[in-house]
Design a binder for this molecule. Sequence first.
Ligand SMILES: [Zn+2]
Length: 330
Amino acid sequence: MGTLAGITRIAAGILGAIARLASTADDTRAGWDAPAGWDAPTGWDAPADEDDLRRLGLSRGEYLRAAAEGAPSRAAGEPPVFEGRLLELIDGNVPAFSPEELALPPGSERYAELDALGRCGPAIALVGRETMPAPGTARGDLGAVRPSGWDDARYGFVEGGRLFQRCHLIGHRLTAEDANPRNLFTGTGYLNHAMRVFEGLAADHCEAAPGNRVLYRATPVFQADELVARAVRLEALSAGDGGAGVRFSVLLHNVQPGVRIDYATGASREDAAVQDATMRRCVANEASRVFHRASCPAAARIAKGARRRYEGPRQALESEGYEPCKRCRP
Ligand SMILES: [Zn+2]
């Protein structure tokens, strides 16, 4: 039985590999020339949204490097099962825009109609300065929108106290969209911070020079009739440069460490077993039981015998009795 299961698994793996090769060969990415070394992430060394990343416990560079090195890659059609990592690559980090989508004119924004269950669908836009909010524009109030599965719950250990946020599929920063129900889904604040990191890559590219644009798509991934998305897929490709400026295809899971979510309804309960193993890198002081970002001056002063390099989920370190440094806020 075990052998049979093993053979089945190997066969499935081979079939998956063949399917991935076949999908690489097809024509869906016509219209842009893959740069040399196209499977290496690009645009990932841009300046930082440090506040969002600090909440994730990482610098932007660390986060994206960890993502590039540590994130598994799965095929686009695979069910979005959370296997302990917030972030995964899809199709080897290559977006799957059709030739028609690659030809969208500047200013294009499309939001899918809500389905019979009131769930949003893919949102795609060619973002650029013409779609972005004017400097100083305040964001509107989203409170009137109730995305599918909106079952707001409070947890003392979650930043801001609330589990869910009304998450933009395509961020306000890119399209100036406010309370558009077709652009909002029920997502954790934890996911929202990670989404902003990727929005930031697109926004930075657009802000870098007039005429810079990024084709950007966010697809909420619902399973069966569930009301809360399991994950969101983000794809981006900078226009006119073959993706040299920005290119990614990632899946971000709609999770919150410490909380188990019933995706069918949006109900939730505390569960310490739910953790994010997306890599974090820090330096712990075994004498003071404080941990730091590697760049913290205090980290450099830790005595050799007490210095511990750590890579893994932050909460595992906290559960060992370590506390984050108040200065570098790892
Ligand atoms: Zn520190």
